[in-house]
Design a protein around this ligand. Structure first.
Ligand code: C2E
Ligand code: MG
Ligand code: MG
Ligand code: MG
Length: 281
């Protein structure tokens, strides 16, 4: 009986394997088609300076406008794009589109920063900095107009870290995203060339009524500022959280309290401020 069971398990395993292989191929084709059919979009979320409460930039966030399935979150396809390697092409599109939008805002007279998420795989090829440099040149954009966001979630190899240093040498600021959730060993942090640390939403959410969380948050902010980096709090949703992160001395903030991610057109409206008649409403 045990032999028979073993046999059927093997068959089952093979079938599963086959299905996974097929699924992966389908996803790869789907993502590739999405690129050729131009189904990806960028939405923009305000980055707010704490001292002035003004918008100093936007984070570009990708969406997939699928013809049948509607809007798909990056949480659903970015990991798959990373697994299949298609993140290279998708990331290239994101870079070009975000820089084009940044140039558009600069031409309108807005001296803001567009922050662009980049996957570790994009950096490990070793030509990322030169790609960025070319795109900036073609749009005639200064390096201060963009920021590159890398996440802590994926450990970076030496080639990737070197590439990041080249990006920084171009005069582009680097943000470390989702801080506190990934490889946040202090030696890793020390090895990375970064300018801004984005404290993960999970440390910000409990702020407002939780003493332990507040102390912890203040300790993280203190550590980051001691090593002379700027600190941004992610996922700010309430006035109480805003008050606490101000008291803690954060430099910047991002979250639904200020704005959800919106289209470039609506982001422009945020920059221009409320319409003059809005107080009548
Ligand atoms: P992230 O870079 O940490 O982006 C912040 C995420 O938090 C965004 O989710 C944003 O919509 C969400 N968020 C912002 N404020 C709040 C808030 O107050 N409350 C809550 N509950 N959520 C908030 P989104 O747009 O779904 O993106 C998820 C992740 O996908 C991003 O996390 C980033 O890691 C990745 N991603 C997005 N666009 C790109 C891209 O162009 N390239 C790459 N490689 N990754 C991307
Ligand atoms: Mg980000
Ligand atoms: Mg983030
Ligand atoms: Mg995040």
């Amino acid at each position: 009986a045990s032999k028979r069971q073993g046999g059927s398990t093997a068959v089952f395993f093979d079938e599963t394997h086959h299905k996974i292989a097929l699924d992966k191929l389908e996803v790869e084709q789907d993502l590739f088609l999405a690129l050729t059919k131009k189904e990806f979009r960028l939405v923009y979320q305000a980055l707010v300076e704490v001292s002035t409460k003004k918008i100093y930039g936007f984070e570009a966030l990708i969406r997939w406008e699928h013809s049948r399935r509607g809007w798909i979150s990056p949480v659903e396809f970015i990991p798959r794009a990373e697994q299949t390697g298609l993140i290279i092409q998708i990331g290239d599109w994101v870079l070009g589109e975000a820089v084009r939008q940044a140039a558009c805002w600069r031409r309108m007279g807005h001296q803001i920063v567009v922050s662009i998420n980049v996957a570790a795989l994009q950096l490990s090829l070793g030509d990322f900095a030169s790609r960025v440099s070319k795109v900036l040149q073609s749009e005639d954009l200064p390096p201060e107009a963009i920021c590159i966001e890398i996440t802590e979630g994926t450990l970076m190899d030496t080639v990737a870290i070197q590439e990041l240093e080249r990006v920084r040498d171009l005069g582009i600021a680097i943000s470390l995203d989702d801080f506190g959730t990934g490889y946040s060993s202090l030696s890793y942090l020390r090895a990375l060339p970064v300018d801004i640390i984005k404290i993960d939403r999970s440390f910000v959410t409990p702020l407002g009524n939780d003493k332990k969380a507040s102390q912890f948050f203040r300790a993280i902010v203190g550590l980051i500022q001691t090593i002379e980096l700027k600190v941004l709090a992610e996922g700010v949703e309430t006035e109480l959280q805003w008050q606490e992160l101000k008291d803690a001395g954060c430099n910047a903030a991002q979250g639904y309290l200020f704005s959800k991610p919106v289209s470039a057109a609506n982001a422009t409206l945020l920059l221009d401020g409320p319409a003059p008649h809005s107080s009548l409403v």
